[in-house]
Write a protein that binds this ligand. Structure first.
Ligand SMILES: [Zn+2]
Length: 272
């Protein structure tokens, strides 16, 4: 069946229709290893998931999902070194495989990767390792995804942080507040800036937060955290508006050289 939206009245090809058509037509392949079989299960959580469409399939095989995020229970890394008052709970350290999977998701239109990635984030939100009790989800009233600038979101078609926040919030039973934080201006891609000072200057005044109305507790959600400048700028804007920021939930956290978490690669922050 050819989607009726495939060709627009003006004769141009509708990108959403084309993407749906290709997704139905082409066999599903794992974004990490290329295998055409054994995909992670996916189903809706009942909550609305922004950016995921009915035809988006997971595109990550069970073996790669397990290799990336562990079996059943996510590894929780504490990024205390980024900022003492902003712990980061992440599913894994960043690695070349995670970077490739997240790249396919964000830059190459494989939206369905949001299913397994959102589940990995939910596992982080509800995990209770010895050193970080209670679970991150129990420390917050709401999840707040790091917003993309409107222009970038339009071009991509979705905000990756909002997508995984919706899924993780639905699974972990935590509300998601999509209006708490706004991105006031587009910023340069963090990964393209070399120094800490450049990264901070790039983000100065980039975020504004709605007034909290009484110290509500927030967990910020981002996809990959590298130097942490993005989440620190977002947390500062929220705190200024009266929110209590408990920390950050992320899929991947670049580890310091002292850690043994595997590959350390230069990955873009979530705004890229
Ligand atoms: Zn695979």
């Amino acid at each position: 069946m050819i989607p009726t939206t495939l060709v627009t009245a003006g004769g141009g090809v509708c990108r959403a229709g084309l993407s749906a058509f290709l997704e139905l037509l082409l066999p599903e392949h794992c974004a990490a290893c290329g295998t055409p079989a054994g995909f992670t299960p996916w189903e809706a959580t009942g909550a609305r998931v922004r950016g995921l469409r009915p035809w988006d399939r997971p595109h990550l095989c069970r073996e790669c999902a397990t290799a990336l995020f562990g079996q059943g229970r996510a590894r929780v890394l504490d990024g205390r070194s980024l900022a003492p008052d902003l712990p980061v709970w992440a599913a894994t350290g960043t690695s070349s495989v995670l970077t490739a999977v997240v790249g396919a998701w964000k830059y190459h239109g494989v939206r369905g990767l949001g299913w397994p990635l959102g589940r990995a984030l939910a596992a982080v939100a509800t995990a209770e390792p010895e050193e970080s009790r209670p679970a991150p989800a129990a420390r917050a009233d709401v999840l707040v995804p790091v917003p993309l600038h409107a222009g970038r979101r339009r071009r991509r078609g979705f905000n990756q942080a909002a997508m995984i926040a919706d899924l993780a919030g639905g699974i972990a039973g935590v509300a998601v507040d999509h209006g708490a934080l706004r991105r006031l201006r587009a910023t340069a891609q963090q990964a393209r800036l070399s120094g800490t000072r450049d990264r901070e200057a790039n983000l100065a005044g980039a975020f504004a937060a709605r007034e909290s109305g009484g110290g509500r507790r927030v967990l910020l959600v981002d996809d990959l955290v590298t130097a942490g400048a993005t989440v620190q700028a977002a947390a500062a804007a929220l705190r200024e508006a009266g929110w209590e920021v408990a920390g950050v939930l992320a899929l991947g956290l670049a580890m310091s050289r002292d850690d043994d978490a595997g590959d350390v690669v230069d990955t873009p922050d979530a705004d890229s």
